[in-house]
Design a protein around this ligand. Structure first.
Ligand SMILES: [Zn+2]
Ligand SMILES: [Zn+2]
Ligand SMILES: [Zn+2]
Length: 151
């Protein structure tokens, strides 16, 4: 995993440089965390993981907020709103691919859903993108532990 993460982080370093932004410790730490995270994270969760990362000690929450906002503004990171929950962030679709999220209302677990129900649907002129989040009970919570992977 480490090698793939480092390769992708290097790619972001290049994108930031192209956009005229220096490679600072908070930017590096936040990108390491977001590249490695399988599901969208709250800013507090990004901060927790940054603090556990060797290069991230001493980076405070407001610095993580600023960094996430900068990356969001540069469209490297997208904001994910799941129901009434807090805003979460993950790498933008250009990097993660188009997908949706399934949220288990019992345990709160979030899973990526790569099958798009709207793919191939004509939504009318001008529709360029869409958000669709799914809610329900995951298989583990439903007691279905045999033979199921994902949602
Ligand atoms: Zn996702
Ligand atoms: Zn569940
Ligand atoms: Zn879709």
């Amino acid at each position: 995993m480490a090698t793939a993460v480092l390769g992708e982080v290097e790619r972001f370093r290049g994108l930031l440089a192209t956009a005229g932004y220096a490679w600072t410790r908070p930017r590096g730490a936040v990108l390491h965390v977001l590249v490695a995270a399988p599901t969208p994270l709250k800013v507090e969760e990004v901060h927790d993981r940054v603090a556990r990362w060797p290069g991230g000690r001493g980076i405070n929450l407001s610095s993580v907020y600023r960094t996430v906002n900068l990356l969001h503004g540069l469209r490297l990171v997208r904001r994910v709103q799941l129901g009434d929950g807090p805003q979460r962030y993950e790498l933008a679709e250009d990097f993660r691919g188009h997908h949706h999220h399934f949220v288990c209302e019992a345990c709160g677990r979030i899973e990526d859903v790569h099958q798009c129900p709207l793919e191939g649907t004509d939504l009318g002129a001008g529709v360029r993108s869409h958000y669709l989040e799914l809610f329900g009970i995951c298989h583990a919570c439903a007691g279905e532990t045999e033979g199921h992977v994902g949602v």
